[in-house]
Design a protein around this ligand. Structure first.
Ligand code: ASP
Length: 409
């Protein structure tokens, strides 16, 4: 299997999938939508495996790590610092480019997903999401945070049992291996899945011409988000990887290319998680017990791209309404965008919903979201890729702080 679908073939297949997806989606929108079921099948397969993957990997990792305090603190510290840097970059870029100059055609439509969350508070977004009264309901709703919390608790409880936990460690180790085997089987279909997801989305937007037109309409806003994400993804994160994990960014990005392209095609950090884990642990050789804890948590709460985007979007909305935000308000945006990104789920366009928190914090009208709604599906892909990239780099950095230099082989 490994030979036939070796790494190089898979990467070439995925790149072809992306190119064909863009071409077919642009030229044959109707056909692309008809072929969309292939992408849905791929996405469903990833989602099917992701919940067992999260529960088993986190429980196993906590049982093996022993000192959760040290690993947990390092992880949270890394997440907060890098998310903070991302928001800062977003604030600077949007203030330099000033995309909202000249105002906008303010149609004042509040999207349904936003009006449904009009009364959302920080307590809802951050606190109540951690503990679920019914884990099965959470699993059904694809709410991952309560599953992570429960897995940490079970892992810690099993670890505290001492020798008695031998059987459960063995069972979880076998389950973990079986799950990763299924992940590798699903990965064989990545090229077709990515092709279909990209073609279908461009097809739904009305073809390539329509997408370019849409991007041009909000040109300076799109530019601000993309420039900000590029500074963070191409400059800041690789420097962090080089300095703190002592790894070569080019090699690392190669190991993670399948995950990053899947993040771009699915716009979901959580659905991408199986491929992220495969790349970070199996290919980049990050210590499994670190990767198995840091990555699922990262896919859910560490969102550099989302944080940066929320800051840019909110300040753009303010500029479009002709409202100049002062220094104090920028500080409020900084903190609330960080929290809103932590609270956003790893699913498509989740950041758009938690942005309500940031808008409310600086007293901006929620209708402002209407200005950026049409283009959000596209920007979502860029920010999700940066979200996943940030998680991968976090895993390497934390691994080095826990276990020292990379052990190849
Ligand atoms: N789609 C993003 C993710 O899954 C979240 C967001 O909407 O910003 O990482």
């Amino acid at each position: 299997m490994k030979k036939l679908f070796g790494e190089h073939y898979l990467i070439i297949g995925i790149i072809l999938g992306v190119i064909l997806g863009v071409l077919v989606g642009s030229l044959y929108p109707v056909l692309s939508i008809k072929l969309g079921f292939l992408g849905t099948l791929f996405l469903n397969a990833l989602k099917m495996i992701v919940l067992p993957l999260i529960v088993v990997s986190i429980t196993l990792s906590i049982m093996k790590v022993g000192n959760l305090g040290s690993l947990g603190l390092k992880t949270l510290f890394y997440y907060l610092i890098t998310t903070g840097i991302a928001v800062f970059i977003g604030i600077v870029v949007v203030n330099v480019i000033h995309p909202g100059d000249g105002g906008m055609a303010l149609t004042g439509q509040m999207p349904d997903i936003v009006s449904a969350k009009e009364n959302i508070s920080l307590i809802d977004v951050l606190l109540l999401k951690f503990v679920s009264p019914n884990l099965f309901n959470s699993a059904e709703e694809f709410e991952i945070l309560p599953l992570i919390v429960a897995s940490i608790l079970f892992g810690a409880a099993f670890a505290s049992l001492g020798k008695e936990n031998k059987v459960i460690v063995e069972v979880f180790t076998i389950l973990d291996k079986a799950i990763m085997k299924i992940v590798r089987w699903i990965m064989i279909f990545t090229p077709i899945g990515i092709f279909s997801l990209i073609a279908d989305r461009i097809g739904m937007a009305g073809g390539g011409g329509a997408v370019i037109e849409l991007a041009m309409e909000l040109g300076k806003y799109v530019l601000s988000v993309v420039v900000g994400l590029s500074i963070h993804g191409f400059i800041v994160l690789p420097i962090i990887l080089l300095l703190f994990a002592k790894r070569n960014p080019l090699e690392y990005v190669q190991n993670l290319s399948k995950a990053l392209l899947t993040a771009f095609s699915t716009a979901s950090s959580s659905a991408t998680l199986p491929l992220t884990m495969e790349g970070v642990i199996d290919e980049a050789k990050v210590t499994p017990k670190v990767g198995k804890f840091v990555l699922p948590l990262g896919a859910t709460i560490n969102m550099d791209g989302t944080a940066l985007y929320e800051a840019v979007a909110v300040i753009f909305i303010a500029q479009s309404y002709g409202i100049e935000l002062g220094m104090a308000e920028m500080v409020v945006v900084f903190f609330t965008a960080t929290l809103a990104a932590i609270g956003a789920a790893g699913i498509p366009e989740a950041g758009l919903v938690t942005m309500v928190l940031v808008l409310q914090a600086v007293g901006l009208p929620l209708e402002g979201v209407g200005l950026i709604l049409a283009i959000d599906w596209l920007l979502d892909r860029f920010r999700t890729t940066v979200n996943v990239w940030g998680d991968c780099i976090g895993a390497a950095v934390i691994d080095r702080f826990e276990n020292g230099d990379v052990q190849k082989g």
